[in-house]
Design a protein around this ligand. Structure first.
Ligand code: FRU
Length: 496
C-alpha cells in the first residue's frame, strides 16, 4: 500500500520529490547561504512526460525543502536539462534596481517538430530570475542558440570561466560535446568540439559539465569534462565518464592517455548502475572552493518501472569531488559532503576486531536502512571479500572485492523486489579497483533503497538502488581468510 511504501521506500536523507516523476538534476547554484537544486520533473504522473523544472532549496545539501515548480513547458516546447549561473556583474543587462540576476540556460525540446520527423527540435534558451531563483522570466528572444541541424543537441552547462574571463558553456550532441563562449549570456559563439574519437560511445552523450580543479596536494590546475552517456555506461544503460586535461580558453586537450579511450576505460565518476546526469553547483564561494556534485540515482534501463507509486527517483547524496594523481594518472575521487556528518550518531565502534572468516553485526530492533558504515580491512591473505546485507525474508544485497582480478562488484539479484524489469538484475555490476593499497577502506551509506559505496577514499565509487521486502537488519563480512577489521564504525543518520 501507499503508506507502507512511504515509510519503507521513501529515503530519509536523500532528495525525492513529494509526488511524481523526477530525472536529471538541473540548474544548481549557491547564493546567500542557500543551495538550489532544480530537476527534470513531470508533475502529473510517475513516468516521464512533458518536462518542467522542479525546484528544491537547502542550507546544507542534505535537508531539502521542495519549492513551487520553477519552469513550465510553453509553445516552444518542453524544458529539458540545463544549468544556472549568478550574473553578479549584470553582464546580461537583465538586472533591475540593482537586484542580483540568476540566469538559467536550458534546452527547449519541441515535440511538434519531433513528430513532424524534423531533426531540429532541440535548441538552447535562457530565463532570468531577480528573486534568487524562485520566479523566472523566459527571455523573449529565445532560443539564444537555434538548432544547427543536429538531432541530439542539449543540456547546456554554463560556468563563469574566471581564468579566461568569459562565460563558457558546454552542451552535448550525439557523440561529442560542443564548447561555446559568451560575454553577455545571450550571444553565444561556438569555439570548439571534443570527444568524437575517445571515450565510451555506445549511446548518446548527454549532460556534460566542464570546470577547472586544483590537483590534490599541489597548485596545479586541470580541467575536467564530465560526460554522461546513455546507454553505454560501464555496467550498461546510463553512466557518467570523465576526461581530464588542459584548456586554453578555446580548445580542451585531454591528457595523452585519455585521447583514445575505448568503451571499457576506467575513468567513470561512479561504476554503479545508478548515478546519472550529475553535474556540479555553480557560484560556490572561492574560500569554500569545493566542486560539489549531485546525480540522479537511477538508470534509464528501468527508471520508469521501479516499485514506488507516489513518486519516482531519488538524487544521490551531494558529493565533494577531488582530483588526484594516482599512478601517474589523474583520477576523480568523490565522497559525501561533510555537511552529512552533523546528522550522525555513532551506534557501534570498534578500533580493532580480530575475527574468523566471517563476522556479523546484527540489529533486530533498529534496521540498518539509514546508516553509514566505515571500516578498514588489511588485505594480507584475503583474495575474496564479500559484504552481505540481509533480512529475515532471505533478501540479500551482496558486494565486495575479488582480489585476483582487482574487481569490485555489486550483486542485487536477491535483494528484494526485482521483477519489475529483467534488466534490473541481468548483470552483476563490476568496477576496477583503482587504488593499490594493501588496506581496503570501505565507506558506504544506506538510505532505504540505496547504497553508495566509496572505496579507498572515493577512488572507486559504486551507487545502486534496490527494493527489499523488509529492511535489512544484518551486515556480514565474509572472506577466505581470517579477518582483521579496523576503525569499524556504524552511524545512524537522522535529520532533526
Ligand atoms: C538525460 C536526459 C537529458 C534531457 C533530459 C530530458 O537523462 O535525456 O539529455 O535533457 O533527460 O528529460
Amino acid at each position: 500500500t501507499l503508506n507502507e511504501e512511504e515509510s519503507v521506500f521513501r529515503p530519509s536523507f536523500h532528495f525525492t520529490p513529494k509526488n511524481n516523476w523526477m530525472n536529471d538534476p538541473n540548474g544548481m547554484f549557491y547564493l546567500n547561504g542557500t543551495y538550489h537544486l532544480y530537476f527534470q520533473y513531470y508533475p502529473e504522473d510517475i513516468v516521464w512526460g512533458p518536462m518542467h523544472w522542479g525546484h528544491a532549496t537547502s542550507k546544507d545539501m542534505i535537508v531539502w525543502e521542495e519549492q513551487p515548480i520553477a519552469l513550465k513547458p510553453d509553445e516552444k516546447g518542453y524544458i529539458f536539462s540545463g544549468s544556472a549561473v549568478v550574473d553578479s556583474k549584470n553582464t546580461s543587462g537583465f538586472s533591475e534596481d540593482g537586484k542580483t540576476t540568476v540566469i538559467a540556460m536550458y534546452t527547449y525540446h519541441d515535440p511538434k517538430r519531433e513528430k513532424q520527423g524534423e531533426k531540429d527540435y532541440q535548441s538552447q534558451a535562457i530565463a532570468y530570475s531577480l528573486d534568487e531563483g524562485f520566479n523566472w522570466t523566459k527571455y523573449r528572444k529565445n532560443p539564444v542558440i537555434p538548432n544547427p541541424g543536429i538531432q541530439d543537441f542539449r543540456d547546456p552547462k554554463v560556468i563563469r570561466d574566471t581564468i579566461n574571463d568569459q562565460w563558457l558553456m558546454v552542451l552535448a550532441t550525439r557523440d561529442r560535446s560542443y564548447f561555446y563562449s559568451s560575454q553577455n549570456l545571450k550571444d553565444w559563439e561556438k569555439i570548439s568540439e571534443f570527444g568524437e574519437t575517445t571515450g565510451a560511445h555506445n549511446g548518446v552523450w548527454e549532460c556534460p559539465d566542464f570546470f577547472p580543479m586544483k590537483v590534490k596536494g599541489s597548485d596545479e590546475i586541470k580541467w575536467v569534462l564530465i560526460q554522461s552517456l546513455n546507454p553505454g555506461g560501464y555496467n550498461g544503460g546510463s553512466g557518467t565518464q570523465y576526461f581530464v586535461g588542459d584548456f586554453d580558453g578555446t580548445i580542451f586537450t585531454p591528457e595523452e592517455y585519455m585521447q583514445n579511450l575505448d568503451e571499457k576505460h576506467s575513468f567513470w565518476l561512479d561504476f554503479g548502475k545508478d548515478n546519472y546526469a550529475g553535474v556540479t553547483w555553480s557560484n560556490i564561494p572561492q574560500k569554500d572552493g569545493r566542486s560539489l556534485f549531485i546525480g540522479w540515482m537511477s538508470n534509464w534501463l528501468y527508471a520508469q518501472e521501479v516499485p514506488t507509486e507516489k513518486w519516482r527517483s531519488t538524487m544521490t547524496i551531494a558529493r565533494e569531488l577531488e582530483l588526484k594523481k594516482m599512478d601517474e594518472k589523474y583520477r576523480i575521487l568523490s565522497k559525501p559532503v561533510r555537511e552529512l556528518n552533523k546528522y550522525r550518531t555513532v551506534i557501534f565502534a570498534e578500533n580493532k576486531l580480530n575475527t574468523g572468516k566471517t563476522y556479523t553485526y546484527s540489529s533486530e530492533e533498529e534496521d540498518l536502512m539509514n546508516n553509514e558504515f566505515s571500516l578498514n580491512l588489511p588485505l594480507d591473505e584475503i583474495n575474496k571479500l564479500e559484504f552481505i546485507l540481509s533480512n529475515s525474508q532471505n533478501d540479500s544485497l551482496k558486494f565486495g572485492l575479488n582480489r585476483i582480478d582487482h574487481q569490485f562488484y555489486i550483486n542485487r539479484k536477491k535483494s528484494g523486489i526485482t521483477d519489475f524489469n529483467e534488466k534490473f538484475t541481468q548483470k552483476t555490476s563490476t568496477a576496477p579497483r583503482i587504488s593499490k593499497s594493501d588496506t581496503l577502506k570501505v565507506h558506504f551509506i544506506l538510505d532505504k533503497t540505496s547504497i553508495e559505496i566509496f572505496y579507498d577514499d572515493g577512488a572507486t565509487v559504486m551507487s545502486e538502488i534496490f527494493f527489499p521486502n523488509e529492511p535489512y537488519t544484518r551486515f556480514t563480512i565474509s572472506s577466505n581468510a581470517n579477518l582483521t577489521i579496523e576503525e569499524f564504525e556504524i552511524n545512524r543518520i537522522e535529520l532533526d
